[in-house]
Design a protein around this ligand. Structure first.
Ligand code: DAH
Length: 335
């Protein structure tokens, strides 16, 4: 019996060591250590031995079993290590530091837009929204764009049909709002716009604007300037100033380009502002009486101002983002 146990142990150890993969090792385990395996059979036969031999043979059998199990475990580990070494991508390096889960947060563009809207809500404006897919009438005709006017060049956009297009500015919302209500009107309209611009660090085919419109009795250019100055100071602090320069938009007369003291250099001049000390943020003006008349407003009684501000520009300044494309790229590693 003693011999038989030793032989069994040697056979099992040899079988375990010979196994080239998990399957072969498992087969050997079942054969020698399994519930109906050879070792179990051998141990059963101990019961039929004379009583005085049973404890001796029993402890020999236990030792043999223990040795077999140890070799089995060793072989199992070796096979696992070998498999891991063959697949370097799968190797688990337990010394690597843990990965912190990503915490979601609001997109910097929307956070900026929300803050802008919040300031205008505080000034008594309400929010109006319009469709991103617009027709030609609201996009241009009602805004006083003559069909072949050079001002159309800036508004090159994506047409769905001759009459339907992706809006190139939020200004059409002015018309939609005025068609629905009589003055006083005091709205801001945040939203996405599209243009057929070549994409680079400062231009994108998709961008956000915040439009503003105020129509009432006795509204003057001073109200426009005052409103935008309050907005700029709220947004960028009391040292922020505004500059208005003559510009042209078909739906405002007079029209003005709006610039802010460069937030990066404080107006001294730096690379970001082209050493001018100013940053252009949008357009503005007094609503052209033609536009008011078209929606049926009494142009003798009412005047108004309007403005449109680019949101990306402001968000880039606030967060020190130097490439507009990052706003729309899904690759978080770039941030
Ligand atoms: N919609 C103009 C643009 O995208 C910006 C603008 C200019 C809006 C003057 C206005 C405005 O409301 O009065 O270029």
């Amino acid at each position: 019996m003693e011999e038989k146990l030793k032989q069994l142990r040697d056979e099992a150890v040899a079988a375990f060591r010979k196994a080239q993969n998990d399957e072969q090792l498992e087969q050997a385990r079942v054969e020698y250590l399994g519930r109906h395996g050879r070792m179990r059979e051998a141990m059963k036969s101990i019961a039929s031995l004379p009583e005085e031999q049973r404890p001796i043979v029993g402890s020999l059998a236990n030792r043999a079993l223990h040795e077999m199990e140890q070799v089995y475990q060793q072989c199992q580990q070796e096979l696992a290590q070998r498999a891991a070494a063959q697949e370097p991508g799968e190797r688990i390096d337990v010394t690597l530091p843990g990965r912190a889960p990503r915490v979601g947060r609001r997109h910097p563009l929307l956070a900026t837009l929300d803050e802008m809207v919040e300031i205008f809500l505080g000034l008594g404006f309400t929010v109006a929204e319009g469709p991103e897919i617009e027709n030609y009438y609201y996009s241009f005709e009602a805004l006083n764009y003559p069909e072949f006017h050079p001002a159309m060049d800036e508004q090159m956009t994506f047409y769905i049909s001759d009459d339907v297009l992706l809006r190139s500015q939020t200004s059409p919302v002015q018309i939609r709002v005025m068609e629905q209500q009589q003055p006083p009107v005091r709205i801001v309209s945040p939203g996405r716009c599209f243009r057929r611009d070549t994409v680079d660090a400062t231009h994108c085919h998709t961008f956000y604007q915040l439009e503003g419109l105020l129509v009432d009795e006795g509204v003057t250019f001073a109200d426009l300037k005052g409103t935008l100055e309050v907005f700029a100071r709220e947004m960028f602090g009391p040292s922020c100033h505004m500059r208005f320069r003559p510009d042209f938009f078909p739906f405002t007369e007079p029209s003005a380009e709006v610039a802010l003291t460069c937030i990066i250099c404080g107006g001294v001049g730096c690379r970001a502002c082209g050493y001018t000390g100013w940053m252009e943020i949008g357009g503005s003006g007094m609503v052209d009486p033609n536009v008011l008349a078209r929606v049926g407003y009494d142009t003798e009684k009412y005047t108004g101002f309007a403005f449109g501000v680019g949101v990306e520009r402001l968000a880039m300044l606030r967060h020190g983002i130097d490439d507009i494309r990052l706003f729309y790229s899904g690759d978080l590693e770039q941030f």
